[in-house]
Design a protein around this ligand. Structure first.
Ligand SMILES: *Cc1c(COP(=O)(O)O)cnc(C)c1O
Length: 360
């Protein structure tokens, strides 16, 4: 069977050359006589993989030396709790920007540990834009400010990263890490579940400024303490070894394309193609304010639930799959992460035009 264009919000497509390389190395990794899944995580083979993965990510994102890279488990959802557990120290208050479903889940976890102050929100407009965040909104006594840089469900993204001064900025970057160039030094912590732009599910990447490590209380379990993983080079216990190997291949693949500069160029072109089609259409509309649109997740709606359903059914027959919008937004959502080829977006927009001709 042919591969389809999978527009899923996650787990999402992986680059075909990466899958093919993994397939080639599946049963005998570099003459070890084993697959990566069977290698000891204490072996030289695996040491080379995990160190290579870290270096690959450092090179791509130009991560400064005073930041640690941690390869963890538990998903972005576990970071919702780990962030307050590790950063609060003697402080009691934390600032959050509420830009959608994932922000709300992050806040809900933080409420177990801290007084959560929502400094900006777009909830009153159904999260269809990114609210402005200025320095004077931030409580200087807050342990950190939390943002969701790309809102996977709502299809919005921060165009500029807010300046939070001396209060560390923490970002859930699950759905747009590696999609464009960013300045890591603006952040205290960046975290991301791997299954959108990095690799298979099961791996969570945390990039953390060194001075933010070591503030967890005695009651914080070892596995939930950044210091445990930082001290052990992410090998405190058995890490998700195969997912780390896949991530390393993805990092090498992106570097081979020309790094994040080239990745960003491709992503902006793909997104423009889709938004231009929606704008020109008399059938489809975008629910998102123009200045807040994501280049990773593109929701669009037709005038009726019946038309949406017909679109989804016919798209599937053309190998354009998982385009159903999140239940909170409805309509369609095309997730066009790094690994979605331009040809996939071209196939989608030509189908949209064809569908519109038949349904106007
Ligand atoms: C997918 C996603 C999550 C949840 O990630 P898990 O790894 O499944 O916990 C959190 N935040 C954002 C922005 C996401 O896109």
């Amino acid at each position: 069977m042919e591969r389809i264009y999978n527009f899923s919000a996650g787990p999402s497509m992986l680059p075909l050359p990466v899958l093919e390389q993994a397939q080639k190395e599946m049963t005998n990794y570099k003459g070890s006589g084993m697959s990566v899944m069977e290698l000891s995580h204490r072996s030289g083979w695996f040491k080379e993989i995990i160190e290579g993965a870290e270096q690959g990510l450092r090179d791509l994102m130009q991560i400064p030396d005073n930041y640690k890279v941690l390869f963890l488990q538990g998903g972005a959802s576990q970071q919702f709790a780990m962030v307050p557990m590790n950063l609060l120290g003697s402080k009691k208050k934390v600032d959050y920007v509420n830009t959608g479903s994932w922000s709300k889940k992050a806040m809900k976890e933080a409420e177990r540990f801290a007084d959560v102050n929502v400094i900006a929100s777009s909830e009153e407009e159904n999260f269809t834009y990114i609210p402005e965040v200025t320095k004077d909104m931030i409580d200087p006594e807050a342990a950190y400010v939390h943002i969701t840089t790309n809102n996977t469900i709502e299809g919005t993204a921060f165009g500029t990263i807010p300046d939070t001064g001396d209060v560390p900025l923490v970002a859930d970057m699950s759905s747009n890490i590696l999609s464009e160039e960013i300045d890591v030094s603006k952040f205290g912590i960046i975290y991301a579940g791997a299954q959108k732009n990095i690799g298979p599910a099961g791996l969570t990447v945390v990039i953390i400024r060194e001075d933010l490590i070591g503030h967890a209380g005695e009651d914080v379990p070892a596995m939930l303490n950044y210091k445990t993983h930082s001290d052990a080079g992410s090998l405190y216990n058995t890490p998700p070894s195969f997912a780390i190997y896949m991530a390393k291949l993805v990092f090498e693949y992106i570097q081979g394309l020309g790094g994040l500069k080239e990745m960003e160029k491709q992503n902006r072109e793909k997104a423009a193609l889709l938004y231009e089609t929606v704008e020109a259409s008399d059938l489809f509309t975008s629910p998102v304010r123009e200045d807040s649109r994501s280049i990773m997740n593109v929701p669009f709606v037709s005038p009726s639930a019946e038309t949406d359903a017909a679109f989804l059914e016919e798209a599937k027959k053309k190998g354009l799959e998982t385009l159903k919008g999140h239940r909170s937004v409805g309509g369609m959502r095309a997730s066009i992460y790094n690994a979605m080829p331009r040809e996939g977006v071209e196939a989608l927009v030509s189908f949209m035009k064809e569908f519109e001709q038949e349904h106007k």
